[in-house]
Design a protein around this ligand. Sequence first.
Ligand SMILES: CC(C)(COP(=O)(O)OP(=O)(O)OC[C@H]1O[C@@H](n2cnc3c(N)ncnc32)[C@H](O)[C@@H]1OP(=O)(O)O)[C@@H](O)C(=O)NCCC(=O)NCCS
Length: 185
Amino acid sequence: MINEHFRYAPGGGKLYAFNGIWPTLGRGVFIAPGARIIGDVEIGDKSSIWFNCVLRGDVNHIRVGKGSNIQDGTVVHVEGAGAPTLIGDDVLIGHSAMIHGTIIEDRGFVGLGAVTMDGCVIEGDGMVAAGALLSPGKRVRARELWVGRPAKKIRDLDDGALEGMMAGTIGYQQLAEKYLREYSA
Ligand SMILES: CC(C)(COP(=O)(O)OP(=O)(O)OC[C@H]1O[C@@H](n2cnc3c(N)ncnc32)[C@H](O)[C@@H]1OP(=O)(O)O)[C@@H](O)C(=O)NCCC(=O)NCCS
């Protein structure tokens, strides 16, 4: 059966149209098998969306910048009445996170299993720890570390922590290149 609602993306994941709008991908984007990208979603060059993620841009839009990674099983959605999800460049989002109506600026980091709710902002170089719950409207300022449920700021990040976050991001950019070569062959 020909399905007119989806197409395969580079890497084997699927793109779905919604409301007549297809997701758009930059150069060198890797969408892993099982990942589904729906509707008004734009993903910049060399970003990677890993196995079984869902990015659903239906009642608002989702933007992902360049060189960012969204790891396996993460769900990204939006809030229809005013909170799109905007993800910048070189952002790392760990496995099984839930990102809802949130802005994550360049080099922001969301730990595995974390939840970020409508209207939250994670400024550049800000970090939300693994398992944290960022309740609606919270702002993680540049270089802050927020931990726990509900999440609170516990300290500022030093240069070493920022280097570690960036190393993780670069590692994912390199891994995505390898997958893209192997899965597009
Ligand atoms: C928050 C984080 C940076 C803390 O790392 P750290 O400073 O090395 O912390 P430590 O391991 O020394 O732990 C210090 C204390 O904080 C607690 N703690 C550590 N991480 C925590 C977290 N995510 N949530 C709640 N408490 C945490 C520890 O249990 C410990 O408590 P204790 O002093 O009562 O024993 C780290 O745990 C984290 O969340 N990293 C993100 C990793 C990730 O999600 N990567 C994405 C996949 S690649």
